[in-house]
Design a protein around this ligand. Structure first.
Ligand SMILES: CC(C)(COP(=O)(O)OP(=O)(O)OC[C@H]1O[C@@H](n2cnc3c(N)ncnc32)[C@H](O)[C@@H]1OP(=O)(O)O)[C@@H](O)C(=O)NCCC(=O)NCCS
Length: 178
């Protein structure tokens, strides 16, 4: 039931940021309260040099986002600074909408790896490991942060062509079992 949702790529365009920033801040505060990133901090993430962000909409309503920009780990690695789905939209597989838009774009821009510090307490670090299987490596020890215990992970990004080939294979399998 994810057909009504749409993603939009945001590569740090300020004009788009001006339209979304208060809604992004609301979503951030709903989750994190006092520990939420402030609007200027969010602006630094969304408008960072070489930022690749994905916005998720239910109609015209922004209901999630993923925010990436290079941080550390060499020229071919970028970093997921923030990923969030509005509370009432969780548990419907919408993370995949964000990541399936983000990943091929990162690869097209020449990145091979996506780093992240994934939250442990809400099961996200484990969910990422389950989802990416051998493509994910644990890049360090679990560590405390203002956002709870985090686990440094590194995901090997698939070439867009391999994603297409995988899609064809999965489609073939569906037909074969229909
Ligand atoms: C973490 C958060 C984004 C997850 O959102 P959600 O709507 O509950 O997640 P979904 O229903 O889309 O996805 C969970 C499933 O997606 C899968 N998944 C994980 N990473 C994925 C990815 N990158 N791409 C596709 N699927 C992925 C997992 O397999 C998981 O399934 P499983 O638990 O059955 O194995 C949401 O809880 C949230 O916004 N939390 C607050 C902010 C936060 O903690 N962000 C993470 C900081 S590291």
């Amino acid at each position: 039931m994810t057909g009504r949702f749409r993603t939009r790529l945001h590569r740090g365009e300020r004009i788009v940021w001006e339209q979304i920033r208060s809604r992004v801040a609301v979503l951030e505060r709903e989750e994190w309260g006092q520990a939420a990133f402030s609007e200027p901090e969010l602006a630094r993430q969304f408008l960072a040099s070489n930022a690749v962000n994905v916005l998720l909409y239910d109609g015209t309503r922004l209901v999630g986002f993923a925010c990436s920009a290079p941080s550390r780990g060499g020229a071919r690695t970028t970093y997921l600074w923030n990923i969030l789905i509005a509370r009432r939209y969780r548990g419907r597989g919408l993370v995949s909408k964000l990541m399936n838009t983000l990943e091929p774009q990162l690869r097209r821009q020449g990145y091979r790896f996506l780093g992240m510090d994934a939250r442990v307490d809400n099961g996200f670090a484990d969910a990422v490991a389950r989802h990416y299987g051998p493509r994910v490596t644990v890049a360090g020890s679990d560590h405390p942060s203002d956002y709870g215990i985090q686990r440094p992970l590194r995901i090997a990004l698939l070439r867009p062509a391999s994603r297409a080939a995988r899609g064809v294979r999965e489609e073939g399998r569906k037909r074969a079992t229909a």
